[in-house]
Design a protein around this ligand. Structure first.
Ligand code: SF4
Length: 292
């Protein structure tokens, strides 16, 4: 297959050889694999982009309560705070955090989201791509391109490691989501494929070792906060790479290290709700309150 790649190194080689950005290689690969035209594949991605945008809007406009009752209303609170006072993180980061946390609220209330790469990390990619897209006036086509860039990073992590909290901890879920989002933002902002891949490395390294400890086994808390941190990770890593601050460890080695760390995590810290904050006194009493 002309456009296939199995590692970051191979992806970069293809970009250089074919003189294409990551998003174009990924689009062609997808079309090749699915036996569809590139236009048809783009239309499928457009559906995902629209779902992402709708989830963000829903959380900012409506009152949402999660199934477990641990989260709900955070996107609205952030938006209100932004409108009423100076913000610590600045307007852009506040918007990205609200989008990420809001998407998690929609997920936790059984609403429609795009699990990219997972439901537990579903706020990070839209939080970064849609927020930056709107802020800098990128159109839907450019945001769709960014989602293809992100997909390429997701393909590599899924193939060579994992994006599952149950297998590799939260570093694998929200770390992978941030890596995908960061690469997408770098290319959308005019960065090179090399800068995009380095941004993904930064993201994975920034949260290496992060455990998966959902309270009551529900994908609500601390998951939602980790989506806020995840979107910050994505934007900070993109900023670093666009400024020319690349990572000293190659992406493929970083992915392998993340996977190894994930396998070394005890089962208590891999989505079983038996460790971390899930196992604190308050975590346990919340579990009892929800499930009796
Ligand atoms: S703590 Fe676990 S369930 Fe929650 S987002 Fe992280 S990996 Fe997913």
């Amino acid at each position: 297959m002309k456009y296939n790649f199995t590692s970051g190194a191979e992806l970069l080689e293809k970009c250089n050889e074919l003189k294409m950005p990551i998003h174009q290689i990924c689009l062609e690969r997808e079309a090749e694999l699915a036996g569809l035209s590139t236009e048809e594949v783009r239309e499928k991605m457009r559906v995902s982009l629209n779902i992402m945008k709708a989830a963000i809007e829903k959380a900012i406009e409506e009152d949402i309560k999660s199934m477990g009752g641990l989260i709900g209303g955070e996107a609205k609170k952030l938006t209100k705070y932004r409108g009423s006072s100076r913000t610590v993180c600045g307007e852009l980061m506040n918007k990205a955090m609200a989008a990420a946390m809001g998407t998690m609220e929609v997920n936790a209330s059984m609403g429609l989201i795009v699990a990219a790469p997972t439901a537990g990390s579903c706020g990070i990619l839209p939080g970064a791509v849609v927020t930056i897209g709107k802020e800098y006036g990128f159109n839907d086509e450019e945001m769709i391109d960014a989602l293809f860039t992100a997909s390429a990073i997701g393909v590599i992590i899924t193939r060579n490691a994992t994006v599952s909290g149950a297998e590799g901890g939260c570093q694998a879920e929200t770390g992978a989501a941030a890596a995908m989002a960061s690469a997408g933002v770098v290319e959308m902002m005019g960065g090179s494929p090399e800068q995009a891949i380095h941004a993904a490395s930064h993201c994975l390294q920034n949260v290496m070792g992060l455990v998966c400890d959902p309270i009551a086994g529900l994908v609500e808390a601390p998951c939602q906060g980790r989506n806020a941190i995840g979107v910050a990770n994505a934007l900070i890593s993109a900023e670093l790479c666009l400024a020319g601050i690349l990572n000293i460890i190659p992406f493929d080695e970083t992915v392998a290290a993340m996977y190894k760390v994930g396998k070394e995590l005890p089962m208590e810290l891999r989505e079983t709700a038996l460790g971390g904050v899930a196992a604190t006194c308050t975590g346990c009493s919340l579990t009892t309150k929800i499930f009796g």
